[in-house]
Design a protein around this ligand. Structure first.
Ligand code: GRF
Length: 190
C-alpha cells in the first residue's frame, strides 16, 4: 500500500513530499511518479531521489479513457492506494476517479473557490487581491473543486512582483502539502 505522485512540470512539491516521507518514515511510502510529460524536470528529480517513475505521452492514446486505463494498470502493479497530484496539468477522468474516489489529493495555488484553473498565482496577483493563498483538497469531477482539507493565506504586498509572490506561494505549499497528506492518510487508512 503506497502513494503515487502525478506531476507534469518542475516537481518542487514532488521533491519535498518525497524528502519528508523518507525523513518522517511515513506508513505509506511514496513509491511511484506518474508523469505525462516525458521531458519534465520532475523526472530528473525522481531519478536523483531513486523513485521509480512511469512516463506517458497521452496524445499517443486513442482516448482519455485508454490513457487512464494504462495509468491505472501501472498503479495497480505498484499497489498504489493513494494519488497525490503535484502540478499535474490534466483533469482526472472517470476511470481514475472511480478507482481512487476520495483517495486523490490536489494542491492549488489560490484560496479556492477563488481563482481556479491553470493560472491561480497570476490571476490573483493581477486581479489584484491583497490576500491569496493555497488550498489542499480531495479531487472530484470538477476543475479544482472537491472537499477542501486545508488552506493557508499568503499576502500580496505592494513590494511583491509576480515572481516574489510565486516564491511565497511555493514556500507555503512545501510546508503545508506534506503535512496534510501525511495526516489525512494516517486518519483514513483503507
Ligand atoms: C504548484 O504551484 C501547485 O500548486 C500547482 O502546480 C504547481 C506545481 O509546482 N498545482 P511544482 O512542479 O511542484 O514546482
Amino acid at each position: 500500500m503506497s502513494i503515487a505522485i502525478f506531476a507534469s512540470g518542475s516537481g518542487s512539491n514532488f521533491q519535498v513530499l518525497v524528502e519528508r516521507s523518507k525523513s518522517e518514515e511515513w506508513s505509506h511510502p511514496i513509491s511511484l511518479l506518474i508523469c505525462d510529460k516525458p521531458s519534465a524536470k520532475v523526472v530528473e528529480r525522481a531519478q536523483t531521489l531513486g523513485i521509480p517513475f512511469a512516463t506517458f505521452a497521452p496524445k499517443e492514446f486513442t482516448s482519455k479513457e485508454a490513457y487512464e486505463q494504462a495509468v491505472l494498470h501501472v498503479l495497480q502493479e505498484h499497489s498504489i492506494s493513494w494519488i497525490v497530484l503535484a502540478g499535474y496539468m490534466r483533469l482526472i477522468g472517470p476511470i481514475l476517479l472511480k478507482a481512487y474516489r476520495e483517495r486523490i489529493f490536489n494542491i492549488h495555488p489560490s484560496l479556492l473557490p477563488a481563482f481556479p484553473g491553470k493560472n491561480g498565482i497570476a490571476d490573483a496577483f493581477h486581479h489584484p487581491v491583497k490576500v491569496s493563498g493555497i488550498t489542499v483538497h480531495l479531487v472530484d469531477e470538477g476543475l479544482d473543486t472537491g472537499p477542501i482539507l486545508a488552506q493557508v493565506p499568503v499576502a500580496i504586498t505592494p513590494e511583491d512582483t509576480l515572481d516574489t509572490f510565486a516564491e511565497k506561494i511555493h514556500r507555503a505549499e512545501h510546508q503545508l502539502y506534506p503535512q496534510v497528506v501525511r495526516d489525512w492518510i494516517a486518519k483514513n487508512k483503507f
